[in-house]
Design a protein around this ligand. Structure first.
Ligand SMILES: [Zn+2]
Length: 506
């Protein structure tokens, strides 16, 4: 982890370092050893790059001068404090495991001939292979890494896939002989029992890759051909965004600003798994003045870490579920509560009571549209009038892949988008704001068609229209919108009375 020492210099632990090939290329091994510095990471910045260097004397002016003489003119150095005792080992790793997945595989086939196949992977090769895979995953901006044995026989291999921008893509197929070494290495990193192969397990580890601490959540699952591993890549740099960084239309930002200015009320965000709900919730919390507010979160688990909020992961092993946690949190004098998901009636009631007593509440529900979310909440909460009075807004969202700017989404793609034609994603949000008239309509049990008509008349813009706007701006494609929303009917996934009537309307 990154720490700040008492004298203010940042410091890091070298045990978590995954060597960065670009950084090591800036400095020869003899120079690094002579100066006793570790090339950690190269920050690229159009012509003037910054090399982050680890040293036990980050404040030494003479060291800075000696290093500057060794670096190319276009590279300047920035120092981090590291433990002197860890430097020799870190240098060994920097200059010995600078391998791509291809390098590792080439090296494996050599050891293979020596071992005549079938033998378990040598430990140091397994370490290099896992490091190379994790590094490639980060370079490809993958959110998940899937390692799947394809068959019990030796010839089928192990499929490694990356989920990039929400879509799973094959990355490499490894020989079956590499499987056990890979599995064991990842289990050791994640502190998972390596002898247990018949029950699902989970664990986590943190590595320093390309200048960031990257958190990997590991899940193993027994299949009929062996354990399937999925690693969720939690890169805090990529997920903690401000409202501005979400690049929402100006109208939506203004509406969110108005909601955030209210001292109380419940804001619900809905959408499928992986649609960026947590990112949106954190972007909203980030807009609040954390110095004057006690902002608390209860999640399953905490995905984005921030020092501005009091964050807790639910933990069923310690009887800390949403209902229990929420009750305890209310005794912590909170101003703002963010709850990962409203799953049961008890939690829903507690949240509404919290709003009644002057709190702001943010949460998610499982629904596919803003109107569907209201149906879902009505199923959970008994009193319609109570919900309608305290609900401030409901947002429903999806993530849409953006057309690659380098190749304009040409069929073959390019190196930038790895041949997919898409690069990065943008969130689209339909935002339903509660006002007196909408509350009255919902309270009176008005038909969904009436509710929808009123909402549209006050500026409510459904998801598919938000998506069409992106197509008009040339940011995405009709195919992508269809993949994300399904066509032609967009609002028809929910089964509640409000959403149903809307989806069957002309
Ligand atoms: Zn491209």
């Amino acid at each position: 982890m990154n720490h700040v020492r008492t004298d203010g210099a940042a410091s890091m632990s070298l045990s978590q370092l995954v060597p960065d090939t670009h950084a090591a290329a800036c400095l020869t091994e003899p120079t690094a050893r002579r100066l006793n510095v570790v090339p950690l990471y190269l920050l690229r910045n159009n012509g003037l790059d910054t090399l982050i260097v680890g040293s036990s004397q980050p404040d030494s002016d003479s060291l800075k001068e000696r290093l500057a003489r060794q670096l190319p003119d276009t590279v300047r150095a920035q120092f981090l404090h590291v433990d002197a005792r860890a430097i020799p080992d870190a240098l060994n790793r920097c200059y010995k495991t600078l391998m791509s997945v291809d390098d590792v595989l080439a090296c494996c086939s050599v050891t293979d001939q020596q071992q005549q196949g079938g033998e378990p992977l040598l430990p140091d090769v397994a370490i290099s292979l896992v490091e190379a895979l994790l590094q490639e995953a980060c370079r490809h901006r993958a959110s998940d890494i899937h390692v799947s044995p394809l068959s019990v026989s030796d010839d089928a291999g192990v499929l490694v896939r990356f989920r990039i921008d929400g879509v799973l893509k094959p990355f490499v197929t490894l020989r079956s002989g590499l499987y056990s070494g890979l599995l064991v290495r990842i289990k050791i990193l994640a502190d998972i029992d390596i002898a247990e192969t018949r029950h699902p397990q989970d664990g986590q580890f943190v590595l320093w890759i390309a200048g960031h601490h990257v958190d990997f959540r590991v899940s193993s699952f027994p299949t009929i051909v062996g354990e399937n591993l999925v690693l969720r890549v939690m890169n805090p740099q990529s997920s903690l965004a401000s409202l501005e960084q979400l690049k929402l239309p100006a109208t939506t930002v203004r509406q969110f600003d108005n909601i955030l200015a209210r001292p109380e009320g419940m804001v619900i965000v809905c959408g499928p798994t992986g649609s960026g709900k947590t990112t949106t919730l954190y972007a909203l919390l980030n807009e609040l003045d954390e110095s004057s507010l006690n902002i608390m979160t209860l999640e399953d688990p905490v995905e984005i870490r921030s020092t501005s909020f009091r964050q807790t992961s639910i933990d069923p092993d310690r009887a800390l579920d949403y209902a229990h946690g929420l009750r305890a949190m209310l005794r912590q004098d909170p101003d703002v509560l963010m709850i990962g998901e409203v799953r049961d009636s008890e939690s829903c009631h507690m949240l509404l009571r919290a709003v009644m007593t002057g709190h702001r509440v943010f949460s998610t529900v499982h629904a596919n549209s803003a109107l569907g979310a209201i149906d879902r909440l009505l199923e959970l909460s008994i009193q319609r009038s109570m919900l309608v009075t305290h609900l401030a807004a409901v947002a429903s969202q999806r993530l849409v892949r953006l057309t690659c700017k380098h190749c304009s989404g040409q069929q073959a793609g390019c190196a930038n988008c790895k041949g997919t034609g898409y690069f990065g994603r943008r969130v689209i949000i339909e935002l339903l704001i509660m006002d007196a008239q909408l509350a009255a309509l919902l309270n009176s049990g008005a038909s969904a068609l009436q509710v929808n008509e009123y909402a549209v008349s006050t500026g409510f813009k459904p998801l598919h229209e938000q998506g069409l706007d992106l197509i008009r701006q040339g940011l995405t494609t009709a195919e992508e919108l269809q993949r994300v929303l399904g066509m032609p009917e967009v609002a028809g996934e929910s089964s509640g009375p409000v959403a149903d009537a809307v989806s069957s309307s002309p």
